[in-house]
Ligand binder design. Structure first.
Ligand code: ZN
Length: 248
């Protein structure tokens, strides 16, 4: 789930050029390395070259300071399987970084907007604290236009509990196909679940996205629904043709 990459990040050597400008960082540095080494250490930070023993100890003290002396400037969560995993953007004297459960740090950001943007996009389903995750309102949003209404992207809404299509471009074709399958089966012990699943597999192979709405995520609903989407109206039309012709 962790995409773990950003082109906006810098390493500590680059970040310390920014930290070097802060008076409180300077004071902290002086205290830690002592007056005798302070000027040299500060020069290293300004140039971004943390070399030798002094450079190594400056590196460590800055890494510690960033960890312990930070303020949270943005706070949100990754929403997965009905659980919330905290994501934070922290700041320490103009240097930003993203903290998330079970994720390795990717580096530092030199502006807040880039750090927040990374926090919001590095994982799927990231919300800012206070935002309601999609499925908690019980409605499924189109992944292409975000509507909860019927739209051009909607290929099929199917009630899996009662095995019946309820909407979308394939609605009629799907119900017709399903009725034919039922009619053809004259065995009284005919098990509907396998052929129904196979029919849904055909729809899934034509769709660009699939979402589920279940009793669990939508209180008051008695059925489990699958919703299939195509990324454009045109792709939906092509899918309909292929479905009717039996090509897929
Ligand atoms: Zn749509």
């Amino acid at each position: 789930m962790d995409k773990g990459f950003s082109s906006d990040t810098v390493d500590l050597a680059e970040a310390c050029k920014v930290l070097a400008k802060s008076r409180s960082v300077q004071a902290h540095l002086k205290e830690e390395v002592g007056s005798a080494h302070y000027r040299e250490a500060l020069q290293m930070m300004k140039s971004g070259n943390l070399n030798g023993d002094l450079g190594a100890s400056v590196h460590d003290l800055l890494a510690n300071m960033i960890d312990s002396d930070a303020d949270t400037v943005w706070s949100g969560f990754i929403y997965q399987d009905h659980e919330k995993w905290t994501v934070r953007v922290n700041e320490c004297h103009g240097v930003f970084w993203v903290w998330a459960v079970e994720s390795d740090p990717v580096g530092y950001f030199l502006d807040k907007a880039s750090a927040i943007s990374f926090a919001r996009t590095n994982w799927d389903n990231v919300y800012e604290d206070g935002e309601e995750p999609d499925d908690e309102d019980g409605e499924v949003h189109c992944p292409y236009c975000d509507t909860t209404e019927s739209c051009d992207h909607l290929l099929l809404v199917v009630d899996k509990t009662f095995r019946h299509a309820e909407g979308g471009l394939l609605y009629e074709a799907f119900n017709t196909s399903w009725a034919e399958i039922i009619e053809d089966a004259d065995d009284p012990d005919f098990d509907e679940s396998d052929p129904f699943y196979e029919l849904l597999q055909r729809v899934e192979s034509l769709a660009d996205a699939k979402k589920q709405s279940s009793q669990d995520s939508a209180p008051g609903m008695s059925s489990a629904y699958d919703l299939y989407f195509c990324s454009s109206k045109k792709r939906g039309q092509v899918a309909l043709k292929k479905f009717i012709s039996g090509e897929i």
